[in-house]
Ligand binder design. Sequence first.
Ligand code: NAI
Ligand code: 13P
Length: 317
Amino acid sequence: MSVSVLGAGAFGTALAISLAGKGPVTLWARDAGDMAERRENAKRLPGCPFPETLSVTDDLEAGTEAEIILLAVPMQKLRSVLEEHKDALHGKHLVACCKGIELSSGVGPVSVITQTIPDATAAILTGPSFAADIARGLPTALTLACADAEAGRYLQAALTTANLRLYRTTDTIGAELGGALKNVVAIASGAAIGAGLGESARAALMTRGYAEMQRLAAHLKSEPTTLAGLSGFGDLTLTCTSEQSRNYRLGQSLGQGTPFDPTTTVEGAATARAVDALARDAGIDMPITRAVAGLLDNQLDVAGAMKSLLTRPLKEE
Ligand SMILES: NC(=O)C1=CN([C@@H]2O[C@H](COP(=O)(O)OP(=O)(O)OC[C@H]3O[C@@H](n4cnc5c(N)ncnc54)[C@H](O)[C@@H]3O)[C@@H](O)[C@H]2O)C=CC1
Ligand SMILES: O=C(CO)COP(=O)(O)O
């Protein structure tokens, strides 16, 4: 079994470092030169040296020779990357490592893979993990979701490392939704803390955010247990409570009214807009997602967003 990682951001680099502990791994990057020379991704993951078994390349042929290819590019770039490199990716095991819902289509990464490369085996690796933790070999547990149960077992064994323990499921929709939606709730949580609304408000947002996640997951017929696992509840907990999260930090800066670097990868921003549109179309009540989309589009400030949530008709839990 051979593995390569396509996309050398923080997460792709961290996964490549972790997997290189088991055997040779190729990391494909558009700008491999500096990393190959320094043996470190100084821009995205500084302080994490590459093991000898990790090779970095910008040669697409070398980067796509492997049987298993991890796709670690941002969600909104996934379709164009797959379209561009379609010929090299046919028939492979393609594992999405991104979190989000595509703005243009309203679907998640596994569907984007199956739509663009139908003869590939599509899977997703998702759950609570910061790239730096994985790269440093700290203990981490993630969900590997693949609709093909046999392929899922194969990928689970291939991608588990000494410190990275994978659980598997065939519920790709549930796994995609957990990873995508928790980022939206993390923006809301960061905004509440940033605006000084307190930790009780954050707990309320996390819990009611989770209720929204469950409603959409039920509508899309995913298994309720998936959302209760690492890819849903697990990642929601991590992302809503840590300043290591970029989604949480974007929320904080919205709450504080301070600037935020627009070049940062913050998956929850596009996902909030995509899911708000999806929920409106499907008639699903997702008020926190709507409030986050309103905040991001400057239609609401944090006080207005909170008011929109608190003044809704009282209901059963
Ligand atoms: N950083 C983290 O701790 C974690 C990130 N993720 C997910 O991983 C995904 C990627 O995030 P990060 O690696 O953190 O982002 P990042 O901002 O560190 O890196 C994104 C990378 O994608 C590359 N890229 C963008 N467009 C490309 C294209 N057309 N062709 C080739 N490469 C392209 C960029 O050059 C950059 O290296 C996101 O969906 C994120 O939610 C998941 C778990 C943890
Ligand atoms: O997905 C993550 C943790 O599981 C990383 O979170 P951010 O993308 O918000 O940094």
